[in-house]
Design a protein around this ligand. Structure first.
Ligand code: ZN
Length: 507
C-alpha cells in the first residue's frame, strides 16, 4: 500500500483512539458507579457520564473520519478479506454509518427518555406497578420505530434494532431458528418435568461469602482469566466491562443462601472476559477491540458456565475441592446429587435463574413480544396480559404479578424495544457449534477438563474466535470456524445427551 494510504490510516487510528479513550473513560465511571460509588455521587456522575458520552460520540462522528473512510475504502477493498487493515476500515465504516445515520438530537431524546424510564422502573418493579410504565413504554415503542426508520430498506422493522447488538442478523434468519428450537424444546421440557423432581435444597444452606469468593476465583484462574489484566468485584447485577484489552473486569453477586448464584455467575462473566482479554492487542483503541456481537459474546459466557462449568467431567474434578471448602454444608451430599441439583430443569418465571433447557423459551417469548409490539400487533397496554398468556402457553407457568412478569428485565426500561434478547439464545446455539468443532480438533478436551486443565480449550477459542475481536460478524465467524451458518443440531444433540432419556441425569 502507498505512503498516502499509511498516512491516512495513521490519521484514522489516532482519531479512533481518541473516541475509544473517551468511551472507555466513561466505562470506568460506570464501573465505579455500580461497585464503589457512595449514593451521594449519583447526580454528578450522571452529568459526568453524559458529557463523556457526548464527546465520544462527537469525536467518532467527526466528518473528518467519514472523509478518511471514503478515501481509504477503495484501497481496502483491494486487500484480502481477512486483512486487519481492510477489516478495520470496513468495520469502522459500518459503525460510522450507523452512528451518523441517526441525528444527534434524536439520540439525545432517546437517551433522556431511557434514563427517565429506567428511573421509573426501579420504583415500579418493587411496587408491582406496570400501569405507570405504560405511557413511558408507549413512547419507547414510538422511539424504537423512529430509530428503525433511520435505516430505510430494512426487511423487518426490528432488523435495524437487532443490528445494534447482533450485527448482520435479521428477523428472517432468527424466526425459523427460534420456531424450530421451541418445537424441539417443548416436548423435552415436558418429558423432564414428568420425572421425579430433583432435590436441590442443599444449594440453599448457608454458604459464607469469603469461601464462595475464594472458590470461584480459584476456578477462573484455572480457566485462564488473567488477573494482571483484570479483577473481580461485587455488584448488584453481575457484568463484564473492559477499559482496554489490558483491563477487563468482572463483577459477581454473592447470596449466602444460594451457592449457585455467585459460582455460576462468576464462571459466566469469566467467559465474557476471556473473550475480551483474548483479542489481538494490535486492535487496541479501535472498533475491532472487543467481542463482535451479543450472540457470540453470550456463546462464550455460556460455554464456560454451562458446557464446562455444569458438566459432569468438571465436577468429577471440582466437587472434592468444593466439599472441602464447605464440609458442613456439602459433607452429606454426593457428587451425583450435586451434579443433578446444579442441572435441575423446571418450569420457572425468571429468565436469569432458568436452567439450560427452559432458558431459551424465556428468550423466545421476549423476542416474539418485541416483534408483535413493533409490528403493531400488540399494544403496550396489553403487554402484561400477553406476557402471562405466552408464559402459560410456552412454559406452563404464569406469574401472579407483573414484578416477576413483564417488569422483570431491565432491557425495555432504558433502551429501545427490539434487539435486546435474541443474543442470549443465539449464544447457546453457537456455543454448541463452536464446542463441537473444538472437540473435533481435540477429542481429549473432556479428559483435560476432568484433570482441571483448560489450556487446550482456551487456546483453541482464542485462536479461532477471541483474537479476531470484531473483525468478523457472527455469520462470518461461523463460516470460518464451523464451515457453515447457524445450525441447531449440535445444540439439540448436546441437550439430548445431557438431559434426554438414557442420559446420566435420567436414572
Ligand atoms: Zn452474559
Amino acid at each position: 500500500m502507498s505512503d498516502e494510504f499509511d498516512r491516512m490510516l495513521g490519521d484514522l487510528r489516532t482519531r479512533l483512539a481518541e473516541a475509544s479513550d473517551l468511551q472507555n473513560a466513561n466505562e470506568v465511571l460506570a464501573w465505579d458507579q455500580t461497585t464503589y460509588m457512595p449514593p451521594g455521587g449519583v447526580p454528578a456522575r450522571g452529568r459526568q457520564m453524559a458529557v463523556l458520552a457526548r464527546l465520544a460520540h462527537e469525536t467518532f462522528t467527526d466528518p473528518a473520519i467519514g472523509r478518511l473512510l471514503d478515501k481509504l475504502a477503495p484501497q481496502a477493498e483491494a486487500l484480502p478479506y481477512d486483512d486487519d487493515n481492510a477489516n478495520l476500515i470496513r468495520v469502522t465504516r459500518r459503525e460510522y454509518m450507523r452512528a451518523t445515520q441517526v441525528p444527534a438530537d434524536f439520540m439525545a431524546e432517546a437517551t433522556a427518555h431511557g434514563a427517565e424510564t429506567y428511573d421509573a422502573w426501579t420504583r415500579a418493579r418493587p411496587a408491582n406497578d406496570f400501569a405507570t410504565m405504560i405511557p413511558l413504554l408507549e413512547k419507547t415503542l414510538e422511539l424504537s420505530r423512529r430509530y428503525a426508520d433511520f435505516f430505510p430498506g430494512y426487511d423487518h422493522i426490528a432488523d435495524p434494532l437487532i443490528d445494534r447488538s447482533d450485527g448482520g442478523m435479521t428477523v428472517a434468519e432468527i424466526r425459523p431458528i427460534f420456531a424450530a428450537l421451541r418445537q424441539a424444546l417443548t416436548p423435552m421440557v415436558e418429558a423432564i418435568c414428568a420425572r421425579e423432581p430433583v432435590d436441590d435444597s442443599f444449594l440453599h444452606r448457608h454458604y459464607p461469602t469469603q469461601a464462595q469468593w475464594d472458590f470461584g476465583l480459584d476456578v477462573i484462574r484455572q480457566f485462564g482469566y488473567d488477573f494482571n489484566r483484570g479483577r473481580q468485584d461485587q455488584s448488584a447485577h453481575p457484568f463484564t466491562t473492559s477499559f482496554s484489552i489490558g483491563d477487563v473486569r468482572i463483577t459477581t453477586r454473592i447470596d449466602e443462601e444460594n451457592l449457585a448464584e455467585a459460582l455460576f455467575g462468576t464462571l459466566h462473566e469469566c467467559g465474557h472476559a476471556l473473550y475480551e482479554q483474548g483479542v489481538n492487542p494490535a486492535f487496541e483503541a479501535t472498533p475491532l477491540a472487543g467481542g463482535t456481537s451479543s450472540g457470540v459474546h453470550e456463546s462464550q459466557s455460556r460455554l464456560w458456565e454451562n458446557i464446562v462449568g455444569r458438566g459432569r467431567r468438571f465436577w468429577r474434578r471440582y466437587y472434592g475441592p468444593l466439599q472441602a471448602a464447605f464440609p458442613e454444608q456439602l459433607g452429606d451430599v454426593d457428587e451425583e446429587d450435586f451434579y443433578r441439583a446444579v442441572n435441575k430443569v423446571q418450569r420457572s418465571l425468571i429468565r436469569t435463574d432458568a436452567d439450560e433447557v427452559t432458558y431459551n423459551l424465556h428468550v423466545i417469548i421476549r423476542f416474539e413480544l418485541e416483534l408483535d409490539l413493533l409490528e403493531g400487533k400488540l399494544a403496550v397496554a396489553d403487554l402484561a396480559e400477553a406476557w402471562r398468556a405466552r408464559y402459560a402457553e410456552y412454559l406452563g407457568v404464569s406469574s401472579p404479578d407483573d414484578r416477576d412478569g413483564v417488569l422483570q428485565d431491565v432491557h425495555w426500561y432504558g433502551d429501545f424495544i427490539g434487539g435486546g434478547f435474541q443474543g442470549y439464545a443465539l449464544g447457546n446455539i453457537m456455543a454448541s457449534q463452536f464446542y463441537a468443532r473444538a472437540l473435533e480438533d481435540h477429542p481429549d478436551i473432556p479428559d483435560q477438563i476432568e484433570a482441571g486443565e483448560f489450556d487446550t480449550l482456551h487456546t483453541w477459542l482464542r485462536e479461532h474466535i477471541y483474537r479476531h475481536g470484531s473483525k468478523f460478524t457472527a455469520g462470518e465467524l461461523l463460516e470460518r470456524v464451523v464451515g457453515g451458518p447457524m445450525k441447531l443440531e449440535p445444540y439439540l444433540a448436546y441437550l439430548q445427551e445431557k438431559f434426554g432419556p438414557f442420559s446420566h441425569i435420567d436414572q
